[in-house]
Every structure is written in structure tokens, then in C-alpha cells.
Design a binder for this molecule. Structure first.
Ligand code: SER
Length: 325
């Protein structure tokens, strides 16, 4: 049986990934790694083991890997694109010095490693339409610089030391459990919260700006399926383009309005977010992922919108009930 460590287990993706891995491999086999101040709560805390794992501390990672006899690490610790622009040194420290620690421990203890890359690994010179798997990557954000380095360092450890590193380039991830923090694609999550709360949504991204997006269940499935894929079929490793839907703000707005006709949206464009969004692909070509490990997403914009609205209504209602008790 596999023992898995999720680093960054209380983050947007980590929190749901940990629960999904526990569902698949058994609660006791999946350790939720978190940093002080971002402790796990509720089901995440109660359903299985957890440990403080600071990605910038190699000895800390090694102790946890040894203690729990870990053989697969999902390294989800990172700063998102907008925050990374204001804290570039920290973004590098967590994203790259941290990755280096993880890879060294993985090399010593024979662990496989998943470290996500992103649409942010591309830049303005990248072809924006059907962005190929192998193409120009010259990002101008610190987030992008760390993601390209992540891809290269992960491939290096595979070719040089045989560490089983694999990863995907995540689009903007939309979810209803843990909110994202400081990303360019966050608007596509925030819009659903505004809609369900009956508030007018102020969109920081310009009309017509296309970006790849994905619903969380597909994102989790991508990470786990790639880690379980037959290595003999993998021509690429770090990192695979994965795509499921690409839309602009007015398209997601229209999709929500079909169910909530009174919902209103206005634009107040954030220049930093807009510049980042303009430098990213409009939609990626994910045929390598489809061919090499059978990637196939389940959700469309319409089915995601229906599910998001149902789940968020329930979540916000439960929260309101708890507060009034
Ligand atoms: N969601 C990320 C961001 O917006 C991109 O992968 O920073």
C-alpha cells in the first residue's frame, strides 16, 4: 500500500487533494503536511494523520517521510501569481528552494514526486491559441519563473537520478471548499460567491480575456491519474498541458445568469492581474496528456456552474445557520 505525503495540505488544492487521496488509498495512508498558522481543521484534521511540514526545511521533510514511510509526495506548497509579484524572494524560496529540498529527500528515500506547474509557465511570446505542449516558455512573472524552473528541476532529477517526477500545468482551478489566495484566475471562483450571496460582482479582468480554467474534481483526477499512469507510456513528464474549458468573464457571467437572472457584474480592471492574464494562453492543446495517460475531463462550464451554485448555497446556508445558533 502506498503512503502519501501532501505538502501544503490546507491550501486550495491540497485540502481537497488530501481528502481524495484518503478516499482512494485509505485515511491512515495519507499525511496532511501543513505549516504553523495554517493548521488543518474539521474533516481534514480528523480523518487522518497530519504533521507540520515546512517545505523550506529539508530535515523537517525528511523526518516526516521517514516516520510515515512515505513513497509518494504531492508538493503543493507555492505562492500564486499576484502574491508572488509582491513577494518574489519568498516565492522563489518556497517554490524552488522548497522543491529542491523535496527532490533531495525523494532521491534519498525513493519517493515519487508531483509538483504542479501552471498556465503561468508561459509568457507573451508563447502561441496563445492551442498552446502546444512543447513551445516557448518565457514568462515575465516571478510565479512563471518558478514554474518553469520547477519543470526543469523536476526533469533534471528524473534524468540524472531516476526520481519519478511527474506534473501538470494547471489552469485556473475553480472550487467551493477552500478559497484560492492571490491568483490571477481567482475571479472565476469569487464570481460564484458573489452570485450566491446576491451581491454585484466587480470583475478585475477585462471582457474578452480568455484563460484556461478547470473544476476541482477534474484537477484532482488529473494529478492522481498522472501519478498512477504507466511510466512506459510517458514521453513527457514535467509538465503536461491539461485543459478542460476556456472562457472570458462575460461567458462565466452568462452561465451563472441562466440560473440567477438578476445577478449583476461590472468591470473594474486590475492592471496587474490583466497584464498577467494577457501574457497567458487563451487555451492550451492537451493532446499529449490525452495520448500518454488518457486525460479526459468530465466537467463543462455549464455542469460546473450548476454544481458550484448548489454546493455554495449549501455551504453558505450552513455557515449562516451555525452563526445564528
Ligand atoms: N491559478 C493560478 C493563478 O492565477 C494560475 O495557475 O495564479
Amino acid at each position: 500500500m502506498k503512503n502519501v505525503l501532501v505538502i501544503g495540505a490546507t491550501g486550495q488544492i491540497g485540502s481537497e487533494l488530501t481528502m481524495e487521496l484518503r478516499e482512494r488509498y485509505g485515511n491512515e495512508h495519507v499525511v496532511a503536511g501543513y505549516i504553523h498558522g495554517a493548521d488543518p481543521h474539521g474533516e481534514l484534521k480528523e480523518s487522518g494523520p497530519s504533521a507540520v511540514v515546512d517545505v523550506t526545511d529539508a530535515i523537517n521533510i525528511e523526518c516526516v517521510v521517514k516516520k510515515y514511510n512515505i513513497d509518494a509526495i504531492y508538493n503543493m506548497a507555492a505562492l500564486l501569481s499576484v502574491v508572488a509579484e509582491s513577494k518574489p524572494i519568498l516565492a522563489w524560496k518556497v517554490g524552488i528552494d522548497g522543491l529542491w529540498n523535496v527532490l533531495e529527500v525523494a532521491r534519498a528515500y525513493h519517493c515519487s514526486v508531483f509538483t504542479p506547474s501552471s498556465i503561468g509557465s508561459f509568457g507573451p511570446e508563447t502561441p496563445h491559441l492551442l498552446t502546444p505542449q512543447d513551445t516557448t516558455q518565457r514568462p515575465r512573472t516571478m510565479y512563471g519563473v518558478t514554474k518553469v524552473t520547477t519543470e526543469l528541476l523536476s526533469d533534471y532529477y528524473y534524468h540524472k537520478y531516476g526520481v519519478d517526477t511527474r506534473s501538470v500545468r494547471f489552469p485556473g482551478i475553480i472550487s467551493n471548499v477552500t478559497p484560492p489566495g492571490g491568483g490571477t484566475t481567482d475571479y472565476a471562483v469569487d464570481i460564484y460567491y458573489s452570485a450566491v450571496k446576491g451581491e454585484k460582482f466587480i470583475c478585475p479582468i477585462k471582457k474578452g480575456t480568455l484563460m484556461d480554467m478547470m473544476y476541482m474534481p477534474d484537477a484532482l483526477n488529473a494529478a492522481i491519474s498522472l501519478m498512477e499512469a504507466d511510466p512506459k507510456r510517458l514521453i513527457h513528464r514535467n509538465s503536461f498541458n491539461i485543459a478542460s474549458m476556456s472562457f472570458a468573464p462575460e461567458t462565466i457571467y452568462t452561465s451563472i445568469r441562466k440560473q440567477l437572472p438578476d445577478f449583476e457584474m461590472v468591470y473594474d480592471v486590475d492592471p496587474l492581474k490583466q497584464a498577467i492574464a494577457d501574457s497567458w494562453p487563451d487555451c492550451m492543446d492537451d493532446s499529449c496528456a490525452r495520448n500518454e495517460w488518457d486525460w479526459n475531463p468530465s466537467y463543462s462550464l455549464e455542469s460546473m456552474t450548476s454544481d458550484m451554485l448548489i454546493k455554495l448555497r449549501k455551504k453558505l446556508l450552513t455557515k449562516a445557520t451555525l452563526m445564528s445558533d
